[in-house]
Structure formats: C-alpha cells, structure tokens
Design a protein around this ligand. Structure first.
Ligand SMILES: [Mg+2]
Length: 261
C-alpha cells in the first residue's frame, strides 16, 4: 500500500508551557505494540523442551523468568549480541527443571522463534492509533531491542502504511538504552531529538534512553501499578490516549540536560 505524505502536525500548546515541536513518534515493539502468545508461556516452554528430550515443570515458569532476568541486566556495554539472551533462556529452562545436553539447542530454538511474528498478537489499540497519528501528520518510527526482522513485522501486522523508519538492535549493533540506537532512528526518520517522542513500556530501555539523548518520552503501563512518577514523563494506560496527549502538547518534557553522549 502506498504511503501518502501526511500533513504537518498542528502545533499545540499545553496548559503548563509552550508546546513541544514533536513531529515524529517512535515506538518500542515488544509489549508496546505486540505481545507473545502461548508459545512463550510455561506450557509453551514445556513443549519446546519436550522436542529436545527435556522435562520441565510449567508451573515454575514465572518464578524462573524472575530469577533468570538477571542475565538481561548484565548488558553493560549496550552492544547487541545473542549470548545474554541465550543464557537467559537456558537459565529459565534449568530453573524449570531441565537437565541435560538438550538445553543449549532448546534455548537456541526458543531464541530463534521469538523472532517469528506468528507467535505474537498485535494489541487492539495499535492500528487505530498509528492511523490517527499518521493522518495527523506525525512521522512514525520503531526502535526495538530485537533480532526480529522489522520489515517482516510491519508486513505481518499490516503496519507498513504508517511506518517511516525502523531500527532494530540486531541490525544497528546497540541496544536501548544506548544513545546510538535512538540517534540512528532520529537520523533515519529525518528529525532532531527535540522534535521526537519515544513511547514504550520500559522505564530503563525506552524512557531513560530517549531522555538521555534529549527526546521526550511517554511511558505505557498496560497493566499493574505504574512506577514512581518521573518528572515530565506522562504515563498512559492505552495507546488510544496518545493522539490526544500529543495534540495537547503533552508529549513529555525533555530532561533538563541531555548528556550529549
Ligand atoms: Mg518493550
């Protein structure tokens, strides 16, 4: 489907100060636009494990995920590489009771299949929100910590008409919150940090990373309690709130000083 040239977004003014000049909206992907299906819950892991001759207890999945998440917190240099994710999956399997040589191959299969779009579902608010933002003149980008092909993602979920640019960590080489991946996305969409806003579900990866380069940010909390409020970061419960928030000039203030690194 051809992508039309949308009109420039109208300037807006918030009640508390001058409007931001936001003309580009960037989205995180996993748990912001899509969520995994049953292949990646406890029973799904049990099925993967069985294919590799492993026995696991599906009821221990949640606890295993919590315990293994430390592996994903050790990505200190921000460079993308598969190994920490493979260690995370192996640790989940082991915590669920897997023992034996099959753990490595099973982990690799789970990692590979996380990249396949048919295992995921688009949240109901995504297509209507992207259509509204596109019609209002915003350029729309994706910034994702993933090895999933973002072209395939757009095609699978019929989002191509709305997306101008997409950057994945596996292609780019660095993960959010590294400043490099945000700057690459800004360059690719053709705007400045002052004119862009990042929307995502991770305070560490999406919000802090975007603010570090001088972008505004909006935190999406689809369920549960939001974290302690951070100055200048709006919190939304559904993407349906986003067009109105941006139209009111409430795209979130930038931090007082971006570090420029
Ligand atoms: Mg996410």
């Amino acid at each position: 489907m051809p992508v039309g040239t949308p009109p420039a977004p109208r300037a807006a003014r918030s009640r508390t100060g001058p409007a931001r000049r936001v003309n580009a909206v960037f989205f995180d992907v996993d748990f912001t636009l899509i969520h995994p299906g049953p292949a990646f819950d406890g029973e799904g892991y049990r099925a993967f494990a069985a294919r590799h001759g492993l026995q696991v207890d599906a009821s221990r999945f949640e606890e295993a995920v919590r315990e293994a998440s430390v592996e994903l917190e050790r990505l200190h240099d921000g460079a993308y590489r598969p190994e920490p994710f493979l260690r995370y999956v192996s640790r989940v399997l082991a915590r669920m009771g897997a023992v034996g040589d099959g753990i490595e191959a099973c982990s690799l299969q789970i990692y590979d299949e996380w990249a396949l779009c048919h295992h995921f579902t688009l949240y109901d608010d995504v297509s209507p929100t992207l259509a509204t933002l596109h019609a209002a003149g915003y350029r729309i980008g994706l910034i994702s910590n993933t090895h999933r092909c973002l072209d395939s993602f757009q095609s699978h979920f019929a989002l191509e008409p709305f997306i101008t640019a997409a950057v994945s960590s596996s292609d780019h080489g660095y993960l959010k919150p590294h400043p490099s991946i945000f700057r690459a996305a800004l360059d690719r969409i053709g705007t400045s940090a002052a004119d862009g806003v990042m929307v995502g579900d991770s305070m560490v990866h999406d919000i802090a990373g975007a603010r570090r380069v001088g972008m505004a940010a909006v935190l999406l909390v689809r369920s549960g309690q939001p974290p302690e409020p951070v100055d200048g970061v709006p919190v939304i419960r559904t993407l349906a709130e986003l067009p109105g928030l941006l139209a009111r000039g409430c795209g979130g203030s930038r931090p007082a000083q971006a570090d420029g690194s």
